[in-house]
Design a protein around this ligand. Structure first.
Ligand code: DGL
Length: 254
């Protein structure tokens, strides 16, 4: 079984792409809505929440893990693999698959993400390794606003403010470095496309990595179980909207 986790609804954007390439896998999804948003938490808090999420998924039978949360990527240190008896080939996270997509590209890259992700410098350093300097832009309010159902106008206002001082026309690509952001992709497109900036969602690259690593071993009946730490009508509505045809249950867990 594959376990996938996020602070809430963001990981659904990754799961949606995973389902396209891993249709038979049994998947358990953990959305930690009681502790959302993650992006303004400290590294120590995020490490503790990461441990708890992976332990929960393993207790439900997950042997392959997908971290669909960029904000915890810096917490996924090698030592965790020992703690959880996981081999590196049993874990997929967001940063590696995303950065590798740009290895042979000349694109001038902007990345927006939560403060936790930007402050960890994990993307900036990974891009440096392939010889690229990126412009990293924190959008502190956005993931929480999306999680808790803010209006399109409020979402547009938050993004516009975040981009206010940026020379957008100097970039070719905007990477959505938070899995919540593709849920409002059209607002990013509306603000970026007039400047010639293409919006990039890493979900497909992450799903392809999961398929490559887990595709052969994860053959089940295609069932998804959603576990959330706090009930949320907007999470339930998103599940119904994004996965109308797959058998799924939503459980509230402590
Ligand atoms: N969706 C997560 C991410 O990719 C977490 C966002 C949050 O809870 O602040 O960073």
């Amino acid at each position: 079984m594959i376990g996938i986790f996020d602070s809430g609804s963001g990981g659904l954007t990754v799961l949606r792409k995973m389902r396209e390439v891993l249709s038979n896998a049994d998947i358990v999804y953990f959305g930690d809505i009681a502790n959302a948003p993650y992006g303004s938490k400290s590294r120590a808090e995020l490490s503790a929440l990461t441990v708890r999420a992976i332990q929960f998924l393993q207790s439900r039978g997950a042997t392959s893990i997908v971290s669909a949360c960029n904000s915890v990527s810096a917490s996924l240190a090698i030592s965790l693999f020992d703690i959880f008896s996981l081999a590196p080939t049993q874990m997929v996270e967001m940063v590696g698959p995303t950065v590798s997509q740009f290895k042979n590209s000349d694109a001038r890259i902007m990345l927006c993400a939560t403060p936790a992700t930007i402050q960890s410098e994990i993307y900036q350093q990974a891009f440096q390794m392939i010889g690229k300097t990126i412009c990293a832009v924190p959008l502190p309010e956005l993931a929480g606003a999306i999680e808790f159902g803010a209006s399109r106008e409020d979402v547009r206002h938050i993004i516009r403010e975040g981009f206010a001082d940026l020379p957008l026309a100097r970039f070719d690509v905007l990477i959505l470095g938070c899995t919540h952001y593709p849920l409002v992709r059209e607002v990013f497109e509306e603000l970026c496309e007039p400047f010639g900036v293409a919006v990039y969602d890493p979900a497909e690259a992450v799903a392809a990595r999961a398929q490559k690593l887990f595709g052969e071993s994860e053959q089940g009946s295609g069932v998804t179980t959603f576990c959330i730490t706090k009930d949320s009508p907007s999470f339930r509505a998103r599940v119904a909207g994004l996965f109308p045809h797959s058998p799924a249950t939503v459980e509230v867990v402590q």
